[in-house]
Design a protein around this ligand. Sequence first.
Ligand code: ADP
Ligand code: ZN
Ligand code: ZN
Length: 821
Amino acid sequence: MEEKEVYYVDVLLPLHLPGTYTYRVPRELHDEVEVGKRVVVQFGSKNDKMYSALVRRIHATAPKWRAKYILSVLDEEPVVTERQLQFWEWMAQYYMCYPGDVMAMAMPAGMKLASESALSIHPDFDGELSRLTKYELQVVNLLTEHPVMRVLDISRAIGVQKIMPLIRTMIEREVVMMDEELRERFVPRKSVYLRLADNYSSEESQRALFDDLERKKRTKQVEMLMQYLQLSHFGKDLVAKRTLPQTSALQTLIKNGVLVAEERVESRLRDYGDDLTPVTSIVLNDEQQSAFTSLNSGNRNAVNLLHGVTSSGKTEVYIKLIDEQVRAGHQVLFLLPEIALTTQIINRLRRYFGDKVGVYHSRFSASQRVEVWQRTKTREAGRYQVLLGARSALFLPFTDLSLVIVDEEHDQSYKQYDPAPRYQGRDAAIYLAHLWEAHTILGSATPSIESYHNATTGKYGLAVMKQRYGGFRLPQVECVDMKQETREGHVHGHFSDTLLTAIRDALANRQQVILFQNRRGFALRLECDDCHHIPQCVHCDVSLVYHKASNSLRCHYCGYSIPVPAECPACHSTRLRMVGVGTERIEEDLQIHFPDARVARMDLDSTLQKNQYVELLNDFAERRIDILVGTQMVTKGLDFEHVSVVGVVNADNLINYPNFRSYERAFQQLTQVSGRAGRHGDTGRVIIQTYNPAHQILQKVIDNDYEGLFCDQDNERRVFRYPPYYKLIEITLKHRDSNVLNAAADWLAAQMRSTFGTRVMGPEYPLVSRVRALYLKTITVRFEKNENIAGAKQLIMQMADDLVKQEGWGRVSVYFDVDPM
Ligand code: ADP
Ligand code: ZN
Ligand code: ZN
């Protein structure tokens, strides 16, 4: 075969840079380069940095400048497919960023080896040195001496210039690992566990202990001890302290040395749940069957919306649909808004499809992610056919995708806000399915206005399920008028008598309770009684939020924190008080009203640690928790058998949030959280506390009137020119000097107006107009739905490029949010 004289490759770098870069291929690598393989290239002004870049194109056209050579080819097989590259390019174009931004996010960290990458010995490396080559041994020796080293420094130290292929193999064999992964994965998580003191290990000694406590009439301690013994299977297992009610009886038992508290590192990668008994067949009821048939009847390349009330059994319908594809040897992508909350679905799918199910999400370590990546791409044994994940699973290297399911399609968490690409996972999923000519199913009990609009106009197919599975009724939703209740003296702190009584009844019947407190703008703040000053963040335009555990005031935007001041910083008054209600406060107050109940809290603060949510949900499922208090995390997709009461502490701040989607969202959140009640019984009760019980949204939630909500909202969107009738692009500018920012924003808006006229709105200050010491301004452009705006987007990006080239504006940062939520 005749060889071409000179070969070039255009490569993509995982950096915020436009386009691709051309390199020359040395003759000895001609046979190895292939689109989708990683190659090592030098990049940067000083040429001192090496990156693994992806080959996008191979050609023979010499660039105008002298191209550098690629240094080596890292892969034997392409790691990225042509379709993935097309998907990335679409995403960059649609969401107005660079393909490099998409690549940086799409590829697992473990695959983005660069000379700046820091390496360490893999904690699982068995120390077997005889398996290593001479150079590998040198690397291991170096890393034993210096636990963290950059690739570049290793290369210098052992005098091997082309070190990347060597490192790549060592990473793959888990001899070394990238340090960012190390930090991410091996954070030990400690918890306090209780065990029975050694001198109570025998049955006699336990009996003696009980006799003694009973004689002294310490009934609370006796009860607590019984509870402990039950949970610990009579002292056989450790019991996490947090799973017991935090009463003084418990404290006394610990103080008196009956129970011993020990801090332990919890297993880091606990499996999801326990019950993995395989299920082989599902029998759909009539309504599910007809939904299934209608979803299956359209053409393969269609988008269908499954609108099924909460607990109608959408998952079972999905499973049937997935099953067909799996049997035919295809792959299915199952997207969820937040993987953290869906361990239940993982279990259900695993029971059905066993080890064909791969789970992918950002809470996994880099090496786990690389493994899922590889098992998605392979066509050999161990291949995953059902890929389950949050939006990042869109970027997996599918080989044969035939069905994409987007569950809870209305959920805001599908939107990525930061960093670029700022994309909508549901919409990107539809495009991905289109690339594969695959079938798309969007499912929800409360569809987004956009999706339902598409279903009513015939763009999407529609299947409906109106009944709960098993014939259970939807919960009864009631509003408590807090104004009236307060007037009549029926409010205690944040709770009305109605809610308290409902909780009390549920607990008496050994049922569980979920309480929802949206914390947005409503967390605890410190306010001066005399001058009404509220301490603000020094870097951001927001008030600081009180955190009890650290007794500090903290900024939720930038992390700035100060100790709680003793006097008002403005007027020196000492009369400071807390205003607002946070989840922490609700949790505490509940404990006062129900001292014997086991209360737990689920929000961002309580689940920051990996897998903590798994524990919480397991504890709740196994009834070691009676009342679960939480932010919107508790509204989603959970299926618990014994929840009979759901309480919404304050619905008003949900409804009054200033955004064109706020009514839609309030309806969705309230309906979704209500849907957690009475899923396996007829006793579900939902109590919504509000100062405005006549509000149209609350009425629609009570009547479960989605259609009514849709008609109103769709109409408003048309009249006020919002999606789905119009497309919005929001441009944000940032700079630390507000004068510079204003001038730049005005300039850009004027440029845009000269081309797009009255479609341009702003510039204006956003709700929070300063974050991390940078001022913010936004400009919004509004296009009609059917306008082709690919060209407009390019033009806008060009204007932004021109802006930063102007004198004094080099440090203005400009970014785009297409279809802002
Ligand atoms: P949704 O996702 O619509 O809220 P789920 O799929 O969680 O509802 O279903 C609610 C409950 O009903 C689950 O516990 C599920 O296991 C059960 N269920 C639904 N359909 C069936 C079926 N066909 N056979 C057995 N159990 C079912
Ligand atoms: Zn003051
Ligand atoms: Zn701040």
